[in-house]
Design a binder for this molecule. Sequence first.
Ligand SMILES: Cc1cc2nc3c(=O)[nH]c(=O)nc-3n(C[C@H](O)[C@H](O)[C@H](O)COP(=O)(O)OP(=O)(O)OC[C@H]3O[C@@H](n4cnc5c(N)ncnc54)[C@H](O)[C@@H]3O)c2cc1C
Length: 1004
Amino acid sequence: MDRDQLEARILARGKELFAIAGSEKPSVFNKDWWTGKVMDWSMGHEDFKVQLFRFIDVLPCLKTEEMLNRHIQEYFSQGENIPAVLRLGAKGAGIGGRLGMKVLSRTIRKNLENMALQFIIGDTIPKTVKNLKKLRKEGFAFTLDILGEATVSEKEADLYAESYIRLLEGLEQARSDWAAIETNDSELDWGHAPRINISVKPSALYSQANPADFEGSVGHILDRLRPVYRKVVQLGGFMCIDTEMRKYKEIIFELYRRLRSDTEFKDYPHLGLAMQVYLKNSDRDIDLMLEWARQKSLPIWIRLVKGAYWDYEVVLARQSGWPIPVRTIKAETDAAFERSAEKILRNHDICHLACASHNARSVCSVLELARALEVPEERYEFQVLYGMAEPFRKALLKMTGRVRLYCPQGELLPGMAYLIRRLLENTSNESFLRQTFVEGRELEQLLQAPRVSAGSPATATKERVPRSESKSGLRPFSNEPFADFSLAEVREAFTAAISNVRARLGRSYALLIGGKEVATEQLLDSVNPAQPSEVIGRVCQAGIRQAEDAISAAQAAFQTWRDIPARERASYLIKTAEIARKRIYELAAWQILEAGKQWKQAYNDVSEGIDFLEYYAREMARLGEPRYMGHAPGEVNEYFYQPKGVAVVIAPWNFPFAISCGMCAAAIVAGNCVVYKPSNQTPIVGYTMLEVFREAGLPDGVLNYAAGRGAVIGDFLVDHPDVNLIAFTGSMEVGLRIIERAGRTPESQRSVKKVVAEMGGKNAIIIDDDADLDEAIPHVIDSAFGYQGQKCSACSRAIVLDTVYDRFAERLVEAARSVRIGPAEDPANFMGPVIDQAAQKNIQRYIELAEAEGTILYRSGPGQIPAEGYYVPITIVEGITPEHRLAQEEVFGPVLAVMRVKDFDQAIEWANSTRIALTGGVFSRSPAHLERCRREFRVGNLYFNRGCTGAVVDRQPFGGFKMSGIGSKAGGPDYLLQFMDPRTVTENTMRRGFVPIRSEDRWI
Ligand SMILES: Cc1cc2nc3c(=O)[nH]c(=O)nc-3n(C[C@H](O)[C@H](O)[C@H](O)COP(=O)(O)OP(=O)(O)OC[C@H]3O[C@@H](n4cnc5c(N)ncnc54)[C@H](O)[C@@H]3O)c2cc1C
């Protein structure tokens, strides 16, 4: 193939396409209409565009006139008038006052709904069928996709699957009316393509789809997809499996392979798969799929797309610490599209190509490549989205005769989310359509081959610039990446780590005092809460003698450790982090078995521990530099910190690595020596933390491991006169006892003890009347029941505005019913056992209280809970008001009170009505309400439009006030200060009137 000739033909073809299309503009850009004018304005005014798109997102929830007016003013007026462009067409809006606003609001709503309808073929089956008939008359084939991909429960997933069956039944009746397109064959369009064609977003078919549970996700989606496909096959139709976010990619590919090779369907060829070329490894994906088809001798069908989730993938990667999975240079995506299309066309004997693009260059290159390669016409077709690029699609039809429109159908509510995706796509700077119809680029420029040059402006797109090293010689802090469960190697590493750890269960663990292992006669069995007969390990228990020895050892080590330079102390943390990083799967596996933590939660716990090590190392390097105060000449005032002495660290079981590690690391790096008492429920995880510190070479006595019963050594450690500091995380009851006892100062004591105490939470999430329930429900489920609700940050109160209460409660209950409960080592289980029998009994008592104080909305049935292990049911209770104990007391289990409030004022009042102020959340799309919460919802960590758990070191320094604790936020800039005392040394530098000159001094 002569590439120059090919280029010339692509250019000529492109020009022809534009000539046929003429001067007509796609309706989104047509300034004769309201939509075009508003789009035009938004592309020139980025702030307005953000507000407009956000407003479109919330619009379907604005059920009343009051809500609509309020939101229009909040989004668009900002104290001034609503922009003129939005007023267009609102006759009577100028009359002012309420009446004028009413007219204006109605017009805006109508116009935006019309804009959405432009992209939706019909909201009901009859309307859809009617509009399809028109399209087919114009010569377009179709593929139908049902809007509403956000399914939060299995009930919704069932409904979604059923809606496809209903739709197919509707099409079955209608098809007798449709003559096949461009052929004499009465059955097949173009002589080869089924007339009925649907596209399915697979993740919507299983509400619990989760990359960590690969097999389960594939299996459950298939359970619902199979009947849909069976119906398609029965109708002689076609089904394409759409590709969604990258996290589901491998699941989706596997679905395709399983369905395509299923004995029931393998002789039926009409099954397609969308493949995205914006992914950096798209070439390999396509190669593998083609190889698979050849190996199985099964013809396949690929819809080639660039990909619709570019922004999402970039943001997710950035927030998770992953490499960006999508190409970041637009021309690279365009080049990959052409390269992949060529590969498929060369394999046309085994793979049909659907070229899905609105980019004239991409389309013409496919067209000319196919001709150059002499690919028969029935082996490729062209696809565009309904409502987009209308002149282009008409011209393409004239030119090729084979154009299929991708037609979303369904209700306006999910349609708005779809509308935003399309508007973003149309108005993005990189969009071919924008460049063509708005910026009016030259034809030659638009049609030129995608060229990737180092200086191309697109190269600058948001790739991270490596940050230079700081003064301390350490790279600036960055969080440990989250686990990416879409990667098979990550899933395999978990399975392997769990079986390795399981092979090492049952060992005995000694104490560590002054660098020596100390065995005691008393041993405590630590067990797997999912299977209490499984002993994780037997741990020696410290008595008073060993506690005393540990304090003495810490005191002895302190004499040297405190004078080790801060940077050197910090380097031990960096080494410890490095070791933990290497052992991360193993460390997580211990938690999975000993604490009943799910894969993701366990991994996050270890990575949070690593973050604390890295973060506090840098913080100490910063704080370890003396500061010079004041500017008066003739004196030098040095301000620096010294460690407090012996620190007792009393750790909880719920974040057994992270919190232990955070408290110990802070104390150690600040120069203190530690007596560490792990929780008796998770002493082995505590021991693994000790191991990593030891492996890093921490000197003897700096960290002493004193596992033991609180009742035996707790008070002794707290009361001991040689202890200077107590860092505690745990229940309010124990925390208050520590604070009280630590306040007593016997005569022999040389310093007032410092207590850093993180205590409980009774956290609320407010659900406003305009909240996005598709988002709010999964986040509330996750915040309330993730790790069995055993986090101090967990949501235990959902405060819901009356107008959305019923819908919220109904969907929440169904979502709760959908989650799986069972051992944490199986990634299919969302919820595992609670920590021990005492916790189980305590939670049961609260469930009884819930029955007495309110009405149980939902409780997991006995069939959903394993018989063995410390399990409790998910419980959702309503009818709770602030006076109830359930609204005030921390349960530390999966019990959620749903509280109905009449308005937003009451929501804030109730949210603040506890003694505790740790975390909180608000789901609202009202800028004014969010602004109000910023000031009035008084908690330590407040989250807008996301769950209230999962704080990340440095990004969300964590901790509360009121009865939630005393002390400053962990993982934040003030934390280490609590472990040190500041000192000032002043030197008079003047000798007989002579003063050394320092640049900082102010002489005149
Ligand atoms: C019929 C049909 C079905 C589709 N089905 C799916 C599907 O199942 N799954 C799916 O994900 N998408 C799907 N899409 C694709 C998607 O929705 C967009 O329509 C498509 O990516 C736009 O590409 P284009 O060639 O029309 O426009 P162009 O303007 O040429 O390309 C825009 C695309 O380039 C990519 N891009 C943007 N910025 C950059 C950058 N800085 N660096 C690199 N690349 C960049 C993005 O993919 C963006 O969408 C489908 C499209 C059609 C027409």
